[in-house]
Write a protein that binds this ligand. Structure first.
Ligand code: SF4
Length: 369
């Protein structure tokens, strides 16, 4: 598979008339000025210098609300990447925007300008959360925008946030289940961080808003990632990308920030699923060895960061030793030996069973039927 390269072009707060409680695009993107049309080509050329030949190259306009920018400026910004696309130098163009900045005229223009993927910053499909976050539109607008984007033949990307004001794990799971029905091409999950100079920072300071702690954000993200995975939806990012400024104590005032958030989530999924095996199969774990054999690509996730899963299982289930070995098996398969108990586990099937029996998901699906 060829390597996928992204050329990011940030348009912080460009075009956006809104002021969502959590947003300070200047801090998130690290840029305080908007990109100029003449900058686009130099950004593309700079990145192209670093890429190896034969990769899949995508130009991505991030930040702000691209389609809320004046349509003539959108055309100008897209002109250079489209020329490069026509020459076969880049492969695709993607951009992100607000759901209420989508209509037929806008989509028609994006199609003429060679855009492939449109990502919508949805954040939540719960009306109270949208309102408390000052998103400025109703959930119904999201469904209309998704429908139109698909009708026009674009790839649809959806972004959701966790832990917004008035949010809950149940509401996040409902948003996730609605996303699955919308059949997006890709998804991003962002636990809410309190960024300096935002309305959310003021709410946090006067104690009207409490962010998720890191463990809860990891727990919620784990359930969402499993749900998307089971429905063959590609989650392309979990957690804000750390930069020089996106760090706790810099522009991040509070919230579940971790520089390797996705890795925490992937490791936590193994923690949850292994625990499910021990309990569901009623295996005696005390004073016996746990031996795991897995594909090389999964070893560090199974062990957890700084062996956190190994230490957790050892303390909680009183194994005498835990050993993890590399084995030449498919990445979805794991051999597990606990004392005299042995099984070859298909992780997809195990995940499916875990999710179907999860009390919260059963409850939410029960409500929705
Ligand atoms: S719509 Fe996007 S860019 Fe505009 S304020 Fe909200 S999060 Fe920021």
């Amino acid at each position: 598979m060829s390597k996928h390269y992204i050329i990011p072009i940030f348009v912080p707060h460009f075009g956006c008339q809104n002021d969502c409680v959590f947003c300070n695009q200047k801090k998130i993107t690290g840029l305080s000025t908007n990109v100029k049309v003449e900058d686009v080509e130099s950004i593309i050329l700079t990145y192209l210098n670093y890429f190896a030949e034969g990769g899949f190259i995508e130009v991505a306009f991030y930040g702000g609300s691209f389609t809320a920018i004046d349509i003539n400026v959108q055309k100008e910004l897209l002109k250079v990447p489209f020329e490069y696309k026509k020459k076969g130098i880049i492969n695709e163009i993607r951009l992100s925007t607000r759901p209420d900045a989508i209509n037929k005229e806008i989509l028609n223009n994006l199609r003429l300008c060679g855009v492939d993927t449109i990502e919508l910053g949805v954040q939540s499909l719960d009306e109270d959360v949208l309102k408390a976050s000052d998103r400025g539109h109703l959930a119904s607008i999201v469904y209309q925008a998704c429908e139109l984007i698909k009708q026009f033949g674009f790839n649809l990307g959806l972004q959701m946030m966790l832990g917004l004001p008035e949010d809950s794990i149940e509401k996040s799971l409902k948003t996730c289940l609605e996303f699955i029905k919308l059949k997006p091409y890709c998804v991003r999950i962002y636990p809410t961080l309190v960024i300096r100079d935002t309305h959310l920072e003021r709410l946090y300071i006067n104690k009207s808003y409490i962010p998720l702690d890191l463990d809860s954000a990891v727990e919620q993200s784990s359930l969402l990632l499993m749900l998307f995975y089971l429905n063959y939806i590609n989650v392309i990012r979990i957690g804000l990308q750390p930069t020089e400024d996106i760090q706790l104590g810099r522009e991040v005032v509070a919230g579940p920030f971790h520089p390797a958030f996705r890795q925490l989530v992937e490791s936590n999924i193994y923690r949850m699923l292994f625990e499910y095996i021990f309990l569901e199969r009623d295996i005696s774990t005390e004073n016996v060895d746990l031996v795991i054999e897995a594909n090389k690509s999964k070893i560090s996730f199974i062990a957890g960061q700084q062996s956190s899963n190994i230490n957790y299982w050892k303390d909680k289930y009183r194994f005498s030793k835990i050993k993890i070995y590399e084995k030449d098996i498919i990445s979805n398969s794991i051999n597990i030996t606990i004392g005299k108990y042995y099984d070859r586990i298909n992780m997809y099937e195990l995940m499916d069973k875990y999710i179907k029996n999860h009390p919260l998901i059963e409850k939410i699906q029960g409500f929705q039927q």
